[in-house]
Structure formats: structure tokens, C-alpha cells
Design a binder for this molecule. Structure first.
Ligand SMILES: Cc1cc2nc3c(=O)[nH]c(=O)nc-3n(C[C@H](O)[C@H](O)[C@H](O)COP(=O)(O)OP(=O)(O)OC[C@H]3O[C@@H](n4cnc5c(N)ncnc54)[C@H](O)[C@@H]3O)c2cc1C
Length: 361
């Protein structure tokens, strides 16, 4: 193709994982635009944070880790995280001259064709790239997970996912069923309850609340569990899903107030609400699916990296089936601190791989 451009590394995604990777690629001697490019399909800096609801203020995301090489200081905890992080990422990209190309949608990554053996072909909304290695840092925001329940299409009210959550005011006077036992579900409920006419909380499994502080040991244990799944080629679970829900004062209060009064999953959806096999029924105007996200990796499908278990087997950050492909922010590195570390690992390992190839050639 005449618009084919060649680089050493393509980074897909400019969230925490992609920016950390780009930073470490620079540090290992790769030059932006000459040796690597960062492609992102969002309109502006900020990764998925730019799309998060305004009531998710910076003060509510306690676990946000700074990117490598530049602290995030003095942010007003009352401001929406979407603004704080977008500004921080903008400053970061500028400070390290990362030259993110956006909006560029990566549609498919496939094996290089004749004449480009050993290389990868990256097809995008803005032409093709030929690269020797690729860091996939596309997060999960673009793949909200909606479970299916009988009768779902008959519901007369509104159904929406966390990815579309507009903030609590939109639920004023409405009867809301919140589905999901993770951090988003509990946060939605606690925000909504003062506005809604009624709330019902349903989860598949009994939610696990974690007593005591979130120590480094707890974090390490959780990461090890997710890591083991990914090593086996199983779809990753979120790190948060294995740590349990932190029992903060606000959560304790919400339990005491009956806001976090969990019901088992309903069996079907009716035009008016939700229903259990034991005959119970709850009328609802809204069903809010806080049922999580999956890895946004469909564009990697032509490489056939998925295992029969449904996940991609990963050692460190490299796909076991193809060490040219690194996944950062996937599985055990799907947290802001994990993404930082994984970005360093990916950059270092790609440097080694490409140097070894050159030496062998
Ligand atoms: C509500 C919520 C709150 C959270 N709070 C915390 C917290 O407090 N602490 C914490 O550590 N973690 C938190 N997390 C998890 C957190 O989002 C991640 O740890 C981290 O921000 C993810 O970074 P990322 O770079 O992997 O993904 P993202 O921020 O999603 O970035 C991925 C980027 O890839 C781009 N992209 C995707 N597909 C393509 C494609 N095909 N082509 C081109 N570009 C593409 C997207 O546009 C996006 O910019 C939270 C998650 C959610 C949903």
C-alpha cells in the first residue's frame, strides 16, 4: 500500500497504560514518531477517564497512581476526575513529547504480508502501519459487558450501563434496579439513593466486603491471583474483583441505611420491572447494569492469540503465542499502578527482542 509507514513499535491506546509504555519506550532509546507511534481513537487526552461521570470526583478515586516521571499534585478533590486526569495527561504528553495521534482507530492487527515478513500490519482509520512490535493498551472502557436475561427486550423503562451513567440527578423520582456487586454498582447506589424514589440492589454472588486497610500485601495477593488466570489463558478478572469491596465509613452507613441491601439476581425481566422465581416482583423505571467491562482486544483477533479458555496467555506482558505483542493494562496490570510497571516491562522486553533480532540478522 502506498500510505504504509514503518516503525519499530506501535502503541495502541493513550490511557495510563499507553502513556506509561510510551514514556518507557523513550527512556529505552526509542524516539517518538521516528521509532514508535502512539495511536488513540478518543478525541482528547485522558484515556477512559475523559468519559467518566462528573460526580466521580478526584477525591473519590483514592487509588489513582501518577504516571512515571511526573507527579499529579495539588488537584482539587472536588473536581471531576475526568477533568483532572485529562489535564494531567495533556501536560504529560507535552512534557515528554509523546505526540499521540488522535483520533485514530486501530481496526485490525495482522501478520505482515509478502515483503514484510516478521512484521505486523496495523490497519487504522488513518492508514496502515508496518511495525516490528506492538503494545496493546486499549483498556476495557470500550467493551461494556451486558449480561442477558429473559424478557430483557420487553422492559418498558430505560436500561443503561455504567459506561453511560450520567450522574445521580438523572434518576430523580425514579425506581432504579442496580445490577452488579463491584465498586461501580455500590458507588452508583450510594449516589442515587438520595434522588431515586426507590432502589433495589441485585448481585449474582453475595458481595464480599473487606475489613481493614488495603495493604500492599492484599494488593500483591490480588494481583497474583489475576496473574495466574492470565498465565493459564483464562479471561482476566479485574484486580478489584478479587480484593473485595473496601468497607469505608460511607459503605458502612449505606449498609446501615438499607441502601446496600443486596438481593439475589432476579430470574427474568418483565415490561414493568424484575421478577424472581419465588414470585417476588419489583417495579422499576430504570435498570442500571453495573456489570463491568471486558478487555477491548477485538482488533487483535486476526492474530488468533486467544486460548480455548477465552483469554490471551501472557507471561510478563508478552503474549506467549507471539512475543512481538505486549499487553499492558490487561489482567494483572489493569490498575493505574500495574499499568505503570507493565509499561516498563514491555518497553524493556521489546528493546531486548528487537536488539536480539538485529544481532541475529
Ligand atoms: C469507574 C472506574 C473507576 C476506576 N478507578 C480506579 C482507581 O481509582 N484506581 C485505579 O488504579 N484504577 C481505577 N480504575 C481502573 C482504571 O481505569 C485503570 O486502571 C486505568 O485507568 C486504565 O488505563 P488503561 O490505559 O489501561 O485504559 P484506558 O484509560 O481505557 O485507555 C485506553 C485507551 O485506548 C484507546 N483505545 C481503545 N481501543 C482502541 C482502538 N481500537 N484503537 C485506538 N485506540 C483505542 C481508548 O480511546 C483509550 O484512550 C477504574 C475504572 C473504572 C471503570
Amino acid at each position: 500500500m502506498n500510505d504504509m509507514r514503518e516503525v519499530e513499535v506501535v502503541v495502541v491506546g493513550a490511557g495510563q497504560a499507553g502513556l506509561s509504555s510510551a514514556y518507557h519506550l523513550r527512556r529505552t532509546g526509542f524516539e517518538p514518531e521516528r521509532d514508535f507511534v502512539v495511536l488513540d481513537h478518543s478525541p482528547a487526552p485522558g484515556g477512559a477517564w475523559q468519559f467518566r461521570w462528573p460526580s466521580l470526583t478526584y477525591g473519590k478515586v483514592h487509588g489513582m497512581h501518577a504516571l512515571p516521571g511526573m507527579e499529579l499534585t495539588g488537584a482539587d478533590p472536588q473536581r471531576p476526575s475526568s477533568e483532572v486526569i485529562a489535564e494531567y495527561f495533556t501536560a504529560y504528553e507535552r512534557a515528554f513529547d509523546l505526540r499521540v495521534r488522535r483520533p485514530v482507530d486501530v481496526r485490525a492487527v495482522r501478520e505482515g504480508s509478502e515483503g514484510s515478513e516478521g512484521r505486523l500490519l496495523v490497519e487504522t482509520s488513518d492508514g496502515d502501519w508496518s511495525t516490528r512490535a506492538l503494545i496493546n493498551a486499549t483498556g476495557t472502557w470500550d467493551r461494556p459487558f451486558w449480561p442477558r436475561y429473559p424478557g430483557q427486550e420487553t422492559f418498558r423503562g430505560r436500561q443503561l450501563h455504567t459506561a453511560q451513567y450520567p450522574g445521580p440527578e438523572a434518576f430523580a423520582g425514579l425506581r432504579v434496579v442496580v445490577v452488579g456487586g463491584g465498586a461501580s454498582g455500590t458507588q452508583h447506589l450510594m449516589e442515587l439513593a438520595p434522588y431515586a424514589a426507590a432502589t433495589t440492589w441485585v448481585t449474582r454472588r453475595e458481595p464480599v466486603f473487606r475489613e481493614g486497610p488495603f495493604t500492599e500485601d492484599v494488593g500483591r495477593e490480588a494481583v497474583a491471583l489475576v496473574e495466574e488466570r492470565v498465565r493459564q489463558g483464562l479471561p482476566p478478572k479485574s484486580v478489584v474483583s478479587v480484593t473485595g469491596l473496601p468497607l469505608s465509613d460511607a459503605v458502612r452507613q449505606a449498609i446501615a441505611d438499607g441502601v446496600l441491601d443486596r438481593q439475589p439476581m432476579f430470574d427474568r425481566i418483565t415490561p414493568e420491572g424484575v421478577e424472581w422465581n419465588d414470585g417476588r416482583h419489583v417495579d422499576a423505571d430504570v435498570i442500571l447494569w453495573a456489570t463491568g467491562f471486558r478487555a477491548a482486544i477485538d482488533h487483535l483477533a486476526p492474530l488468533k492469540l486467544r486460548e480455548p479458555g477465552g483469554g490471551i496467555r501472557v507471561e510478563g506482558t508478552a503474549a506467549v503465542a507471539d512475543p512481538r505483542i505486549h499487553l499492558v493494562g490487561y489482567g494483572p496490570s489493569a490498575s493505574t499502578i500495574g499499568a505503570n510497571r507493565a509499561g516498563r516491562t514491555a518497553a524493556r522486553d521489546i528493546r531486548r527482542l528487537l536488539t536480539a533480532e538485529r544481532t541475529a540478522a
